[in-house]
Write a protein that binds this ligand. Sequence first.
Ligand code: NAD
Length: 360
Amino acid sequence: MRPERTKASAMTVFDSNAYDGHEAVIFHADPAFGLEAIVAIHSSVLGPAFGGLRMRAYASDTDALEDALRLSKGMTYKAAMADLPFGGGKAVIIGDPRIRKTEALLRTMGRFIESLNGRYHTADDMGTTVADMDVLRMETRFAHGFADASGKPPPATAFGVFAGIRAAVAQRLGRDDLDGLGVAIQGLGNVGARLARYLAEAGARLQVADIERARVERARDEFGARAVAPERIHAAAVDIFAPCAAGAIINDRTVGEIRASIVAGAANNQLDRPCHGAALKEKGIPYAPDYVINAGGLIDVACEGPDYDPARMLERVARIYDTASEVFERARIEDAPTDLVADRMVRARLRSQAQSMIAA
Ligand code: NAD
């Protein structure tokens, strides 16, 4: 039975605020298995669309559509900036994963993804796991993320964020090391806790916040981190603020309170609105655009397969240092916010690839 949620009176893709020239949006339902899903393909200019499968109890169909549109665009930008041969896509299943996620439902989703014949490749995301990808793979060749040696994005993501932080420090503080620098980490989950280790090993002094007390205590015991209240961590008097929890942490309320000299973390969509990127620039705070420095996990998944070599993968992730440095340098020369500069770099790359495809 269809669960209760708001049914949009006139949901159209093209009118959506999140629509940005997406190539395809495909709706799929299979009432027999309770499946209602959307696959959004933002761009396949650089390769087949890639992006995780999110399962969530959306309040409305419109919310689900907007999530798929917004996240698939983000994947295009992340893959393009990391120089990966992928486009951007995202799939959402509408429904509470704790109640409605069954093997039958996942296999039905797998058949739907298979029917797209490689136009869209999936992986785990919020509400799905690598174990779910094993189930999907019973039906499709296009599900990534393995529970074995390869395909474990968070460590690679943390390593990439660490590289991005070092690039920001070199640019803003003119130093190659982090010894003695203060870093405030918001969120000590899969990525944040690993980032904390890299930073502590590099000699940084940590201030940390998490809504899960045990995670804060672990960081305190392992790294001598100082605990800060979650609602005040953005305002810590440190050199670097590293958001590694939810999005939109740089917003009207917080932006004026940030005391760090650099904002660089793993969280997706850190800027609530583009004006907050401009506000950070006005304050002289370089912001490492999220998709530039949190692409390590995607790079890891791109490397997976029989020839997976962790050292080679990490070498690739380490190049995030150069990419982030280029963004900072262009932003300095153009006197523009880093997020706008990064977006422009991606759009130029997409345009040039599209033109060469037309010419060929
Ligand atoms: P996670 O769920 O493992 O960790 C998030 C942590 O943040 C949890 O410990 C949670 O308790 C904490 N948290 C939630 N709200 C908080 C708040 N208000 N204040 C302080 N702590 C809070 O997630 P993750 O995989 O570590 O990802 C962290 C962020 O990085 C997310 O925004 C995610 O989208 C982004 N990201 C992750 C990856 C990856 O490889 N996992 C890749 C790219 C981007």
